[in-house]
Write a protein that binds this ligand. Structure first.
Ligand code: SF4
Length: 207
């Protein structure tokens, strides 16, 4: 049975979809059906908001609750909003400091054809956006976006909009050959967002 919620450190990750708007060759989905040799993340069925709330249980056990999974979470925008709404309501009752985060490829506005960031204001505390490249050509080569050339510009625009509506925004890159990490760091600095380099985990996954 697949896991719709799984702990990593002090955080709880929510596995809400297998669908994605990229086809990154380095994606962990291509390496293993199990995350960290433990959690089966290929979903037979996408979880509902109620199923996720039940799987979360007491949110105060975690520092962060993260919308993530083996796909792009923003394709399930309404579920993100509903779960966050319920968590926020519990947070105010419980006076918890748990951070609600989305890990995204930054294609949300391109996918939905509108600016979704205002809809996340007050619901999402942090967004981590996979910038992954210093320019569109490198991004297209590394991430093979289904929407082609428009994807990279859409990510930059998503970061700009995220900064207007969400309190904590970071851009990340995976440490892969061909990624100019310093140029990416500079792009993040110009956008006024945090920057983080993520390790490439291949060896830790079961093949
Ligand atoms: S954007 Fe993320 S989930 Fe989608 S294919 Fe790339 S690494 Fe995998």
């Amino acid at each position: 049975m697949s896991a719709i919620a799984y702990p990593v450190g002090n955080s709880l990750y929510l596995n809400i979809t297998n669908r994605c708007t990229n086809e990154c060759p380095f994606c962990i989905r291509n390496k293993s059906p199990k995350f960290n040799q433990q959690f089966a993340l290929w979903l037979d069925k996408e979880p509902t908001a109620d199923e996720l709330i039940t799987a979360i249980g007491d949110p105060t056990r975690y520092e962060q609750i993260v919308f993530c999974g083996y796909g792009e979470p923003t394709v399930r925008l309404e579920v993100i909003k509903e779960v966050s709404r319920q968590l926020k309501s519990q947070k105010s009752k419980l006076k918890s400091n748990v951070v609600i985060r989305i890990d995204t490829n930054g294609h949300g506005n391109l996918f939905w054809g509108r600016n979704i960031l205002p809809e996340l204001k007050g619901l999402i505390d942090k967004v981590s956006v996979s910038l992954n490249a210093q320019d569109a050509a490198t991004y297209n080569r590394l991430c093979r976006p289904l929407q082609g050339e428009r994807a990279y510009t859409a990510i930059i625009d998503f970061l700009k909009e995220a900064k207007k509506y969400l309190p904590d925004v970071e851009a990340t890159v995976v440490d892969l050959p061909g990624v100019d990490k310093e140029k990416c760091r500079q792009i993040a600095a110009e956008l006024g967002v945090q920057f983080r380099i993520r390790p490439y985990y291949e060896e830790t996954y079961v093949k």
